[in-house]
Design a protein around this ligand. Structure first.
Ligand code: 2HG
Ligand code: ZN
Length: 463
């Protein structure tokens, strides 16, 4: 095959795989959004090698799909059309640490946990965190502008990218922002590449900002009476403090994590919803404030029961109630939605969504959980054991327009943190106007004139 022969001019035999098992493995991500069918997988070890590959791909031509930890849930890393998969696994080094700027220069394939660990070793903190931190890559996180469980305090991955090195679709190397805090010299292309899902170019290095370590993180899990009480409790705590996480999950989520992972329920009292609150327990006064607020919410009848961690191990165990949900439900082949509205719109959103679900999904088990502190809710519909996967997905797909219309009416997002990829592509217009999509296409043409970079992701390539 012509393309594989030419690839071996750039990649030695340790940097190129074409065996069926590797093609099947590297051609997909956690979404399993389509069938993997790549041509080859390459493992570059430098920005220059990526540049040579991109130039070759433009000439030959063939298409490229970037591959990080492949933990994506929207199909952004699926390679189903004989593309060459570019794995950043061998670009996995932290090249530099600067204690004055508090930055770490990472190659794209550095694993999130590796950066978190480096920060901790230096008595600092990399705050972007999620269940897949043990396998997701920094490059992939940036390409989807990953969110996770600490956004309410620390924001998205975007906030922590001080500089980027990218290879554009036309094979230019761009070194963007150089780690600067201030830089008012015109368009900030760095921001274009964050969240672009590899459609404009590939990230090869990133300068990541670190911050000070939080003090004595303490976790509280509260059993909540009903939907109305969720927001009231949420507000009561937000008014008094600045939590590092504020997460929601439903009774069924707890039951499944208990059944699948053996994680004990937080307390005996049954509750339809749970809130997980994490805060810096930095003074006796803080703890007293939290306990007073807890008492206030209990007296109001919003909170039915609660538990607070007394040490790190207990905090970790309570976190598992929330963090283990996604993996615990995976064998139910869930149909996933990742929705966001402004926090002020959550009550209206929850109420309408509840009605919609009761009307359209009476036959399915629906699971709620998410990052309520930043307005992001994950809605997972579980496949009945006796139902065929395709039939189930088709059924769920029919309800999408209703859900997405609701999101649109509230000026929300149809993909808060998982990206558009393949799975949300056909629904993009519920969150972005035609004028915006047309500007996106213009940008794509500018950075990737031959359309070789992760084609078909975010939007269909023009025919
Ligand atoms: C989470 O918040 C992840 O746990 C996965 O974003 C969400 O499984 C999901 O739908
Ligand atoms: Zn999430």
């Amino acid at each position: 095959m012509e393309a594989t022969n030419t690839l071996s001019k750039i990649f030695d035999k340790n940097q190129l795989l074409t065996d069926p098992d590797s093609l099947a493995e590297y051609g997909k991500d956690w979404s399993n959004a389509s069938l993997p069918n790549p041509l080859a997988i390459v493992f570059p070890e430098s920005t220059e090698q990526v540049q040579s590959l991109v130039k070759l791909a433009n000439q030959t031509p063939f298409n490229l799909v970037p591959s990080g930890g492949r933990t994506g849930l929207s199909g952004g890393a699926m390679a189903s059309n004989q593309e060459v998969v570019v794995s950043f696994e061998k670009m996995n080094k932290i090249l530099d640490f600067n204690p004055i700027d508090r930055t770490a220069l990472c190659q794209a394939g550095v694993i999130t946990q590796q950066l978190q660990q480096l920060a901790e070793d230096k008595n600092l903190y990399y705050p972007v965190d999620f269940a897949s931190s043990g396998s997701s890559h920094i490059g992939g996180n940036i390409a989807t502008n990953a969110g996770g469980i600490k956004v309410v305090r620390y924001g998205l991955t975007r906030n922590w990218v001080a500089g980027l090195k990218v290879v554009t679709g036309s094979g230019e190397i761009l070194d963007l922002n150089h780690g600067l805090v201030k830089n008012a010299t015109g368009y900030d292309f760095r921001q274009m590449f964050i969240g672009s899902e590899g459609t404009l170019g590939f990230i090869t290095e990133a300068t990541m900002q670190l911050t000070k370590l939080p003090v004595n993180l303490t976790v509280m899990v509260l059993g909540i009476r009903d939907v109305d009480a969720i927001m009231k409790t949420f507000q009561a705590f937000k008014d008094k403090m600045d939590p590092t996480a504020l997460e929601l999950f439903s009774r069924d989520s707890v039951a499944i994590v208990h059944e699948q992972k053996g994680i004990p329920k937080p307390f005996e009292t049954d509750a339809p919803y749970y809130l997980l609150l994490e805060f810096e327990n930095d003074a006796e006064a803080t703890e007293n404030l939290v306990l007073d607020t807890f008492e206030q919410c209990t007296n109001e009848g919003w909170v039915l029961d609660g538990v607070m961690s007394q040490n790190e191990q207990q905090a970790r165990n309570l976190w598992r109630l929330r963090e283990d949900i996604s993996e615990s439900i995976s064998h139910y082949t869930p149909y996933k939605n990742d929705l966001a509205v402004k926090v002020s719109n959550i009550p209206a959103f929850l109420a309408s969504l509840d009605e919609l679900i009761a009307e359209h999904y009476p036959q399915f088990q629906v699971l709620w959980y998410g990052h309520i502190g930043d307005g992001n809710l994950h809605l997972n519909i579980l496949k009945p054991a006796d139902m065929d996967k395709d039939a189930f997905y088709e059924e769920c797909g029919k309800v999408n327009p209703h859900i997405f219309q609701l999101v649109k009416d509230l000026d929300g997002s149809i993909s808060a943190e998982h990206g558009v990829g393949l799975l949300k592509r056909d629904y993009l217009s519920y969150s972005r106007s035609e004028a915006e999509i047309s500007c996106m296409r213009g940008l794509k043409t500018m950075f990737d004139p031959n359309g070789i970079m992760n084609p078909g992701k975010i939007f269909e390539v023009a025919g």
